[in-house]
Design a protein around this ligand. Structure first.
Ligand code: SAH
Ligand code: SF4
Length: 353
């Protein structure tokens, strides 16, 4: 028996190729995408503007499979966390964060993460596998099926859930294509953000391949400290990371900026001197800094910086002309805050012992 192709893996171009191979006209792509992404219909039999022959054929060779939702958790502040089973005993997490003027969906790109940042719960789980485009896009479909578009719409999508998106490039790029495509989710390029801990060669390719926003998880202003907090820094140190940031900033036709994420760890990276160093490092780069109060999880010994320390840090950056904001911690009571996503990961790297 042939394995059916899950058409949620295909961006518009891939669907054109798929239909061409079947001897169908390109307008079939538009029809199918409208059913899936606008009408949220996943049963070929209900797609009545496709010919009967095509529907029968699609049933034989293709499918539109959504993974199973294991649980849906509501935090007091309106945050919703879905735990989604991806088969093979793997669960990933997706989080919706409602705000006054927008609704952000935080999606996962991998089951676990191999990069082992010392302050991140996902990092502690180890790594199992990459998610497919279908599994990434399914998170957005599942959330939009569950949310009432009148008061809870998805205006922004950020790759800030489990995993390092730049170690799963193809699937993430195709998912970005669908997020931006008017025939699918139709989000503007400013409202889709890839967050990366700094996989430099991939970031160079990304700069040219998808016109989305970029967030860089910096967290330290010296290589010595960053080597410790974000171990991939040993491979791609800060100088190389900032070089590729400049490539990204110059690659677009529209003006670009980069959001630098900086987790606030008490007594580790939050001194006045470190704020000065950070300001120096970012001089001349079109940057915004997002200070993230550290969210604790069971395996971690770090503590969050005090409110006063975070304010001092922010004031120093402000005084050096750097746009800075402090991220509000959301969804903590359902373990949905930044860095708390653990899912269920059968670690294949055996790093955890
Ligand atoms: N792998 C990517 C995207 C997922 S992590 C990356 O590292 O950028 C999304 C953001 O959450 C990153 O900025 C990450 O550094 C931050 N984060 C991880 N653990 C955290 C924690 N315990 N508290 C606060 N933020 C955390
Ligand atoms: Fe992976 Fe990002 Fe967590 Fe680091 S912070 S371990 S790169 S998910």
């Amino acid at each position: 028996m042939i394995e059916k192709q899950n058409l949620l893996n295909f961006n518009q171009q891939a669907l054109d190729g798929f239909f061409a191979e079947l001897g169908e006209k390109p307008f079939r792509t538009k029809q199918l995408m409208k059913w899936i992404y606008k009408d949220k219909v996943f049963d070929f039999n209900q797609m009545l503007n496709l010919s009967k022959k095509l529907r029968e054929n699609l049933n034989k060779i293709a499918c539109l499979n959504l993974p199973t939702v294991v649980s849906k958790n509501y935090a007091h502040d309106g945050v919703i966390k879905w735990v989604i089973n991806m088969g093979d005993n793997s669960n990933i997490e997706t989080v919706y964060i409602p705000e006054k003027d927008r609704g952000t969906l935080c999606i996962s790109s991998q089951v676990g993460c191999a990069l082992a940042c010392t302050f991140c719960s996902t990092g502690y789980q180890g790594f199992n596998r990459n998610l497919s485009t279908a599994e990434i896009i399914a998170q957005v479909l599942i959330a939009s099926l569950d949310l009432n578009p009148k008061n809870k719409r998805i205006s922004n999508v950020v790759f800030m859930g489990m995993g390092e998106p730049m170690l799963n490039e193809e699937a993430v790029y195709n998912a970005c294509d669908l997020l931006l495509d008017d025939l699918a989710f139709g989000l503007s390029r400013r409202k889709v953000t890839i967050s990366s801990s700094g996989v430099v060669p991939a970031l160079e390719r990304m700069s040219k391949r998808v016109p989305v926003s970029l967030a860089i998880s910096l967290h330290a202003s010296t290589n010595e400290l960053r080597d410790e907090l974000v171990p991939i820094n040993k491979k791609y140190p800060i100088e190389e990371l900032l070089k590729v940031c400049k490539i990204y900033l110059n690659a677009g036709t529209q003006e670009r900026h980069i959001l630098f994420e900086y987790v606030m760890l008490k007594g580790i990276n939050d001194s006045a001197q470190q704020a000065e160093q950070l300001a120096k490092l970012l001089k001349g780069i079109s940057a915004k800094v997002n200070l993230i109060p550290f969210n604790s999880f069971p395996q971690s010994d770090y503590q969050v910086s005090s409110v006063a320390t975070i304010e001092r840090f922010q004031d120093i950056l402000f005084s050096r002309g750097i746009r800075t904001m402090t991220r509000k911690t959301r969804g903590k009571d359902v373990d949905a805050a930044c860095g708390q996503l653990a899912g269920k990961v059968k670690d294949k790297t055996k790093r955890g012992g």
